[in-house]
Write a protein that binds this ligand. Structure first.
Ligand code: PEP
Ligand code: MN
Length: 344
């Protein structure tokens, strides 16, 4: 349930309520909005819940008590009616502007990474992406440069000023990845890795949670709830395509997910047209659709020489295509009353 406090509730009243809830064995989470404070109450349901609702509702500083029937609470709209804005080294995510994350699928060498970082920065990208720990369907594929890849990403950040995002796949790597990255990425294959999700709740850095390739929107929000339930509310959701019967494209971009997430949650929602399509020829068109439907940002793979890319070459844009994509999405963003995030 959530407890909505009167705007005039004092800090003492709020704290006495929190103490009372904790003594009853509940977990409490605060959402302090511009207008009012909302208390999220999580945990063991009391037997006489309606009685409890009445008790809290009778407090003079409580405006309303709302029992939440959805399987997620903290990431839901009713807990926090205004959208979450995440600030990563000055880049604002979820503030209404369209944020662009771009870079190679995987960090291959210093040369290709720095060349890409400089180029995407010049075009106006806001965040540099690149995998150092790569999930692979085959155990014999390339699995990334590991710490060396993280060091290169950090050097590219130092040179360009672009914050970095990179994937973590294993709880044992969180500390190492956290030493370098600004945003943790949880990939599609790990959306239901609940021990990893819980640990992401304990880091004090934003987390991008990609949608599982066979997960419903509700399952995805429950995965986000795992992170939030441990106290980290800085979560960016990312629609990266789901598996359907279609085989022309690598996945099927679920455009419905973008406005649906805005309807259900306060978290920012990104689109990843690279993995959603698997085909560089259609990445731009799908990006325009994502922006038109309200995506808070895009994460795009680009490579100096996609033909030679170790991973995800067919979906990686050439530099020319990346520049064209930015030119194409600008008027689309403006048409729906948005603009691209200011350059770093
Ligand atoms: C990636 O971003 O390179 C990646 C592996 O993404 P996903 O988890 O969406 O497949
Ligand atoms: Mn990739």
């Amino acid at each position: 349930m959530i407890i909505i406090l009167e705007p005039k509730a004092t800090l003492e009243q709020r704290d006495s309520l929190l103490t009372d809830l904790k003594q009853r064995g509940y977990g409490v989470h605060l959402s302090e909005g511009v207008e009012r404070t909302i208390v999220g109450v999580i945990g063991t349901p009391e037997l006489d819940k309606m009685n409890l609702v009445e008790q809290f509702e009778s407090l003079p500083f409580v405006e309303r008590v709302v029992p939440i029937l959805k399987p997620y609470k903290l990431v839901g709209k009713s807990f926090k009616p205004e959208g979450t804005v995440i600030n990563v080294r000055g880049v604002k995510i979820g503030d209404g502007s369209v944020c662009i994350m771009a870079g190679p699928c995987t960090v291959e060498s210093p040369e290709m990474l720095f060349e890409t970082a400089r180029f995407v920065k010049k075009c106006g990208a806001n965040v540099l992406r690149g995998g150092a720990f790569k999930p692979s369907t085959s155990p014999y594929s390339f699995h990334g440069l590991g710490e060396q890849g993280l060091q290169l990403l950090a050097e590219a950040r130092d040179e360009t000023g672009l914050p970095i995002i990179t994937e973590v796949m294993d709880t044992r790597d969180i500390e190492l990845v956290g030493k370098y990255t600004d945003i943790f990425q949880i990939g599609t294959r790990n959306m239901t890795n609940f021990s990893l999700l819980k640990e992401m709740g304990n880091v004090r850095k934003p987390v991008m949670l990609k949608r599982g390739w066979a997960s419903t929107i509700e399952e995805w929000l429950q995965a986000a709830e795992y992170i939030a339930s441990q106290g980290n509310y800085e979560i960016i959701l990312c629609e990266r395509g789901i598996r359907t019967f279609e085989t022309y494209t690598r996945n099927t971009f679920d455009i419905n997910a973008i406005p649906s997430i805005h309807e259900l949650s306060h978290l920012p929602i990104f689109a990843d047209p690279s993995h959603a399509t698997g085909r560089r020829s259609i990445v731009q068109a799908v990006s325009c659709g994502a922006v038109a439907s309200g995506a808070d940002g895009l994460i795009i793979e680009t490579h100096p020489n996609p033909e030679k890319a170790i991973k995800d070459g067919p979906q990686s844009l050439t530099f020319t295509q990346f520049e064209e994509l930015l030119t194409a999405i600008r008027p689309v963003a403006e048409a729906v009353g948005r603009s691209l995030s200011p350059a770093v």
